[in-house]
Unconditional design. Sequence first.
Length: 222
Amino acid sequence: MTLSLIFDLDGTLIDSLPDIHAAMNRVLVARGSAPLSRTQVQGFVGKGAPNLVARCVEAGGDAPDGPVYAEVLAAFLREYEDATGLTTLYPGVVAALEALSRAGYALGLCTNKPLAPTMAILRHLDLARFFPVVIGGDSLPQKKPDPAPLFETQRRMGRADMIFIGDSEVDAATAQAAGVPFLLYTEGYRKGPVDTLPHSASFADFKDLPGLIAQITAPAAP
């Protein structure tokens, strides 16, 4: 089987927002800034740590590209590198990944989260065993929705074809730019209605994912 299944991480396999929110507020409060709400921080998630920090700094009234930004970004990356205590798996993720592995699919991970906290959370939640290839938000000069990280994940996996599985507008745009099928997990961090995101199929429960992939990859009837 030549197909690779490439997953996003935050909002797709894991609910990491509690750790992101807590780490960001620890940094902001330590420097005398007002904390942000969970809803505010969630609205800034998806395009990588630099964008997240820029938006959070801007929400606090500072320039998103000034000295405060650089200070907060450095502090956030230190704080978040091993922040794993509040992050949880979405229901059914492990069973689905095990079923897909047994079926012979190659699994990879392509996320805008920096690589160090990505590997830390994969180890913490015992997901690293599923993903021999992991591309983080700082693995390449480009980030999603640029398709380069997705193509690099595919290249390292050595498989001819791929399906991308994610939860957000950024993921949908990445798959569209790459010209590959996109499966949308509807319980993650997307900002708009499901029908506003281009996708091949959607699912709300991971128990449905193996069957959905089998349907999409089944040969067409003669």
